[in-house]
Design a protein around this ligand. Structure first.
Ligand code: ATP
Length: 121
């Protein structure tokens, strides 16, 4: 049990490290908070909440893995190395794919509701 709690501690330490050092991770946290507030304000359905939460978890997890890959790459290859560059670029590409998916999903869910509000005003 102690080991399990310690494991959670390490995981939160990792999230804290990413929050403190990665501006992109902070941007994704703000985007997640914004989506949550919008979800409440626009009364999204249970199904839509599942998609919103899935997108937030996907992007944040991708950014955490990207951070881990960046740190590991800097450790293994502090000097310029073409392959180290590829490793970082591919990892960043992975984050971009998830962010685009989240943006499209958010647009599908929120845009019709926002347009309906504008038309009703
Ligand atoms: N050791 C390296 N060898 C070759 N190219 C590198 C190396 N380190 C970084 N790069 C190139 O520079 C880009 C930016 O790397 P960097 O580590 O600065 O990432 P970042 O996204 O700016 O993250 P952070 O701001 O946290 O450092 C990489 O995507 C890669 O193309």
């Amino acid at each position: 049990m102690k080991k399990l709690i310690r494991g959670f501690g390490y995981a939160f330490k990792g999230i804290g490290y990413a929050t403190a050092t990665q501006v992109n991770f902070r941007i994704h946290l703000v985007a997640s908070l914004t989506a949550t507030l919008l979800g409440y304000a626009l009364h999204v359905s249970a199904n839509e909440w599942i998609w919103i939460i899935f997108c937030m978890a996907l992007v944040l997890a991708a950014e955490l893995f990207n951070t881990a890959i960046e740190v590991l790459t800097d450790l293994v290859s502090p000097e310029y190395n073409k392959k180290a560059g590829h490793v970082k670029d591919v990892a960043a590409g992975g984050v971009l794919v998830t962010a685009i998916f989240a943006l499209i999903t958010g647009t599908i869910i929120f845009l019709p509701k926002i347009l309906a509000l504008i038309h009703a005003a």
